[in-house]
Design a protein around this ligand. Structure first.
Ligand SMILES: Cc1cc2nc3c(=O)[nH]c(=O)nc-3n(C[C@H](O)[C@H](O)[C@H](O)COP(=O)(O)O)c2cc1C
Length: 208
C-alpha cells in the first residue's frame, strides 16, 4: 500500500513555548470529534520529524544520545478517530513525513485492555505509541544506553504535549500498561518495545 503523505507541518504555533509550558497539564477527556490530518502531521513531526541534516546525519525533532535514534513512532486510530485515516495502526516514516499502514483492523479495544482499561485510552480518537529498539543505543552506550532511550522517549512526549497545548488538543502521558499486551495489540516486531502511550484528541467544549 502506498504511504500516506502528511501535510507540511506548520512552524508558527498559536502561542509561545513559554505559554504552552505554563498551561500544559495532563488532560484525560476528549471531544467526540475526529482529528484532522494537519494535526496528525504536527504531532508526529513534533515527536520524531526530520528537522535538519548535520554532517550527513539526519536529525530529528527530539534529541537522541549519539544520534542513535532508537525510537519508532506508531499511530493507533480508533473507529471514527479520523475522517482521512481508516481505523488501525500506522508507522510514522520521518524521512518521508508519511504514514505507512501497518494494520488494517481496529485494535482500539485491545490497546485499551492493554492499558488496564484506562478511560483516557478508551476515549481517545488516536494514540501515539512510542516504541524503542534499545540495542541501537546500547551498542554505542553499553552502560547507559537503556537510560538514554527512556530519556529520549520523555523528550518526545513533552514535544507532543506542548504541541497539543499550542493547538488546543488534549493529551496525557500513559506509562501504565502491560508491555506484552501493547506489543501484541500493535503486532510490533520483536526488536521494538512499547515505552509510552500518548492518547490525543480535541478538547471538549466545556474545557475551552
Ligand atoms: C512516565 C509517566 C507515566 C504516566 N502514566 C500515566 C498513566 O498511565 N495514566 C494517567 O492517567 N496518567 C499518567 N501520567 C500522568 C501523571 O499522572 C501526571 O503527569 C501528573 O499527575 C502531573 O500532572 P500534570 O501532567 O497535569 O502536570 C504519567 C506521567 C508520566 C510522566
Amino acid at each position: 500500500m502506498a504511504p500516506i503523505e502528511l501535510p507540511d507541518p506548520d512552524m508558527d504555533g498559536s502561542i509561545s513555548v513559554e505559554r504552552a509550558i505554563a498551561t500544559r497539564e495532563s488532560r484525560r477527556s476528549f471531544a467526540r470529534t475526529p482529528i484532522e490530518l494537519e494535526a496528525v502531521s504536527q504531532l508526529l513531526w513534533a515527536a520524531q520529524g526530520q528537522t535538519h541534516v548535520r554532517d550527513g546525519v539526519e536529525l530529528r525533532a527530539a534529541p537522541s544520545a549519539g544520534a542513535t535514534y532508537p525510537l519508532t513512532v506508531f499511530l493507533e486510530v480508533a473507529p471514527n478517530g479520523s475522517e482521512e485515516l481508516e481505523p488501525g495502526v500506522y508507522r510514522y516514516d520521518q524521512q518521508r513525513h508519511a504514514l505507512e499502514r501497518e494494520l488494517e483492523t481496529a485494535v482500539h479495544d485491545d490497546l485499551t485492555t492493554a492499558s488496564h482499561d484506562q478511560v483516557v485510552i478508551a476515549d481517545a480518537p488516536m494514540t501515539i505509541v512510542v516504541t524503542a529498539d534499545d540495542d541501537r543505543t546500547k551498542r554505542q552506550y553499553p552502560d547507559h544506553g537503556e537510560r538514554y532511550v527512556h530519556m529520549e522517549a520523555g523528550h518526545v512526549a513533552e514535544n507532543v504535549h506542548l504541541v497539543c497545548e499550542s493547538r488546543g488538543l488534549n493529551t496525557c502521558p500513559v506509562g501504565a500498561f502491560t508491555d506484552t499486551a501493547v506489543a501484541a495489540a500493535l503486532s510490533l516486531p520483536t526488536r521494538l518495545a512499547a515505552l509510552y502511550l500518548l492518547p490525543v484528541g480535541h478538547r471538549p467544549a466545556e474545557q475551552e
